[in-house]
Ligand binder design. Structure first.
Ligand code: HEC
Length: 140
């Protein structure tokens, strides 16, 4: 009897642990995401649109899941240095200039988490540690 109760308590503690781990990650994700929405509104939306739809032939959309999928590190450097020259997004050519931003690493992480989990994209959290690592490798 005692053993059963003890076992039950252990099992309960185990599930409580797993549950709290998951919800910590979920809370962190939603913090990044909602802060990122605000960064997006003030730093990206003017050009890329409120639904990430872009602007005709001038500004590429952010709805190309295939592009954004492996783009987090590049996007970090792009936010730091800007981007110009010919690019191909969703089968269309663009040749414009995206200015560099003055976002802090945490704001970059937030806005990247936002765009890579909006407009049909679903990639999960991109942390400020990951941004920092990407920034250290931009020039290389
Ligand atoms: C002043 C307008 C402007 C703003 C503000 C802006 N962008 Fe851009 N963005 C552009 C243009 C123009 C391009 C295409 C550049 C080119 O043709 O080389 C682009 C390209 C991109 C691309 C696609 C890059 C590729 O290689 O396909 C992504 C992703 C992106 N922007 C994300 C963002 C995010 C996130 C923000 C906000 C932090 C932002 N942009 C702010 C104009 C802007």
């Amino acid at each position: 009897m005692k053993i059963k109760i003890l076992g039950g308590i252990c099992l309960l503690a185990f599930f409580a642990m797993i549950y709290s781990c998951q919800s910590d990650a979920a809370i962190e994700y939603s913090r990044y995401y909602s802060a990122g929405a605000i960064v997006y509104q003030s730093h990206c939306q003017n050009c890329h649109g409120d639904k990430g739809q872009g602007l005709n032939g001038l500004i590429p959309p952010l709805t190309d899941t295939a592009l954004l999928k492996s783009y987090n590190n590049k996007l970090t450097c792009q936010l730091k240095n800007g981007l110009s020259g010919k690019i191909n997004v969703a089968g269309k050519e663009f040749e414009g200039t995206m200015p560099a931003t003055d976002l802090s690493p945490i704001e970059m992480a937030q806005v990247i988490t936002y765009v890579t989990n909006s407009f049909g994209n679903k990639q999960g959290l991109f942390t400020d540690d990951q941004v920092q690592t990407a920034l250290n490798n931009c020039g290389k």
